[in-house]
Design a binder for this molecule. Sequence first.
Ligand code: URA
Length: 202
Amino acid sequence: MNRVPYTEDHDLSQIKSLDELKEMALACRRCNLRAECTNVVFGEGNPTAGLMLIGEGPGAEEDRLGKPFAGKAGQLLDQILGAVDLDRYEHTYIANVVKCRPPGNRVPRPEEARRCLPWLYRQIELLSPALIVLLGSTALQNLVDPQARITKMRGQWLHSKSGIKIMPTYHPAALLRDPGKKRPVWEDFQMIRDEYLKINNR
Ligand code: URA
């Protein structure tokens, strides 16, 4: 397929496959982040897993490799998943609010997120996960409520209009800064694993 630059008026509901969506996202120039990054980090994992994890945006390592959660926070995420017998490639699909690295790892600006989110929304529609885990406040605020506080909302199941169960929890990078957050995140992931086993009838 030719890489058609994605403009505001593209109707992404016409895109019927994840591969096609990825191809288009890789050609996106909707905000200035693309000019400064190396790779568009579209997302990866098992598209049929039923469990989607959503982070904030790529950092340096993710940008270099074109893969989500490839750096220190990613290693910790793998450990957290491993502690509840989940494997990122087998049991999850991972994506971010923005697909291009904000310079210096700053939080994506609202306008950058607004321009990028249609990719994520269509990705969610195509993957149709039963469960979504929002990693940190950027994911929570962009996908649920701009005023929401992760400290208040983490560890509770929310329900989307389309029936997806959504669990906000702390971002792994927050655990690296504050190890006191490890315990609540571990408890959250136990709930996530229990729900995952239920949806997969195990
Ligand atoms: N932090 C994120 O939010 N996403 C990544 O992919 C890596 C680090």
